[in-house]
Design a protein around this ligand. Structure first.
Ligand SMILES: Nc1ncnc2c1ncn2[C@@H]1O[C@H](COP(=O)(O)OP(=O)(O)OP(=O)(O)O)[C@@H](O)[C@H]1O
Ligand SMILES: [Mg+2]
Length: 338
C-alpha cells in the first residue's frame, strides 16, 4: 500500500478513466456532471471515490459501464480496461463485458434482480454462465457466498423470490452476485449504505477478501469517510464533476490538503449511519448549470483568496502521489501539473 499503491508500477493497472467528460444535455443547459476526470484503479488495492451528493460519483461509474442514459452522454475521454477502450465498444461487446469482466453493485439495487426466478438460481446461473461451474458446485458456492455476505438461513433463502426479501437482503444478494463472478473489476456504488453496521462490517471484510484472493480490483463509491478509512488504499475526492484531491489513504487523512476534504473529514458520520449526508460544510453544492467562475468550491471555501475567483486551479502534485486542485498548493512540490 502507500507508495506502492500510489504509483503501482509493479502491479500495473486494471482500469484507467482518462480525461472523462460525461455531460447532461438538459433543456436548461449543459450539466458537466463528470468534467475531465482521470482515475486509475490498480490491480491491487481498493480505490475509494468520495464526495457530497450530486458531485458525479454515480455518473462516473455508469460511464465506465456505458450505462449513462439520455440526456447524458460521454462527450470525451477514454475508459481503458486492461488497456482496451470501453468507450469504443459496441453495445453487444459491452453486454459481454458487464457481468463478466466488470460487475457493479448499484446504488438502487432493486432493478437488477429478475422477479420471476429465485434469488439463488439467479446467482448460481451467473456462476454457471461466467465460469462454467457445474450445477451442484454453483449451488453450493452460492449458499456459501450468501452466508458470507450475512444472509441468515442461506439454504432456505436460496429458494426465495426477490419480492419475498427485505431491501437489505436483496442488496446482500446483489453483492453476492457481483462477487461470485470474480470479475476483473468490481464497482460498488454505496453498497452498504442501507445496511446495519454489523452487516456492513461483514460485507466490507468480504470485499477485502475478494480483492486479496481473487485478483479483483475494486472501486468503492461512498459518502462515508469511516468506510474509506476502513478499507480503501487510495482515494479520489470529487466535487461538482471534478477531482479535487487524490492521495493514498494515510496521506489523505494525515496530510489533508484541500479545504473541501477537510470539510468532509470534519463530518465523519456517527458509525456511518444516515448515509453520511450530514456534511457540515457551509453553503450548498452549486448547480452544475451555473458553476462559479474560478474554483468550483470557492463560494464555500474558508480559505478562498482573490485569485480563486479568477482562475480554476489545476491538479498540483503537492506530495508524492498526493494531488490537489487548490491554489494554496500551487508552489509546493515544484508546482508540476498533470
Ligand atoms: N438524468 C439526469 N438529468 C440531468 N442531470 C443529471 C441526470 N442524472 C444526473 N445528473 C447530474 O449529474 C450530477 C451527478 O449525479 P450523480 O448521480 O453522479 O451524483 P452522486 O455523486 O452519485 O450523488 P449521490 O451521492 O447522491 O449518489 C447531478 O448533480 C446532476 O446534476
Ligand atoms: Mg450516486
Amino acid at each position: 500500500m502507500g507508495e506502492g499503491m500510489t504509483r503501482a508500477p509493479e502491479y500495473g493497472e486494471t482500469l484507467r478513466i482518462k480525461n472523462l467528460r460525461t455531460h447532461f444535455f438538459t433543456r436548461y443547459g449543459v450539466a458537466p456532471a463528470v468534467d475531465d476526470v482521470t482515475i486509475t484503479i490498480p490491480r491491487k488495492g481498493i480505490v475509494g471515490v468520495v464526495g457530497e451528493s450530486g458531485c458525479g460519483k454515480s455518473v462516473t461509474a455508469l460511464s465506465v459501464m456505458r450505462l449513462v442514459s439520455r440526456p447524458g452522454k460521454i462527450v470525451s475521454g477514454k475508459v481503458l480496461l486492461d488497456g482496451e477502450d470501453l468507450t469504443a465498444k459496441s453495445p453487444r461487446e459491452m453486454r459481454q463485458i458487464r457481468g463478466n469482466k466488470i460487475s457493479m453493485i448499484f446504488q438502487e439495487p432493486m432493478t437488477s434482480l429478475n422477479p420471476v426466478y429465485t434469488v439463488g438460481s439467479q446467482v448460481a446461473e451467473a456462476m454457471v454462465i461466467h465460469q462454467g461451474a457445474g450445477k451442484k458446485e454453483a449451488r453450493d458456492r452460492t449458499v456459501e457466498m450468501f452466508r458470507s455476505v450475512g444472509i441468515p438461513e442461506a439454504e432456505k433463502r436460496f429458494g426465495s423470490y426477490p419480492h419475498q426479501l427485505s431491501g437489505g437482503l436483496r442488496q446482500r444478494v446483489m453483492i453476492a452476485m457481483a462477487m461470485v463472478c470474480r470479475p476483473r473489476l468490481m464497482i460498488a456504488d454505496e453498497p452498504t449504505t442501507a445496511l446495519d453496521v454489523t452487516i456492513e462490517a461483514q460485507i466490507l471484510h468480504q470485499m477485502k477478501e475478494l480483492e486479496r484472493n481473487m485478483d479483483t480490483s475494486i472501486m468503492l463509491i461512498t459518502h462515508n469517510m469511516g468506510v474509506v478509512a476502513e478499507i480503501c488504499d487510495y482515494v479520489y475526492v470529487m466535487y461538482a464533476g471534478r477531482i479535487m484531491e487524490q492521495a493514498d489513504i494515510f496521506s489523505l487523512f494525515d496530510h489533508t490538503m484541500h479545504p473541501y476534504t477537510t470539510g468532509l473529514l470534519g463530518s465523519i458520520p456517527r458509525s456511518g449511519r444516515g448515509g453520511g449526508r450530514l456534511y457540515n460544510i457551509r453553503g450548498m453544492v452549486p448547480s452544475l448549470l451555473s458553476l462559479p467562475k474560478g474554483c468550483r468550491f470557492r463560494p464555500r471555501c474558508e480559505r478562498a483568496m482573490p485569485e480563486c475567483a479568477e482562475h480554476e486551479p489545476e491538479l498540483y502534485e503537492a506530495g508524492r502521489g498526493h494531488w490537489v486542485r487548490c491554489h494554496l498548493y500551487r508552489d509546493s512540490g515544484g508546482g508540476e501539473t498533470r
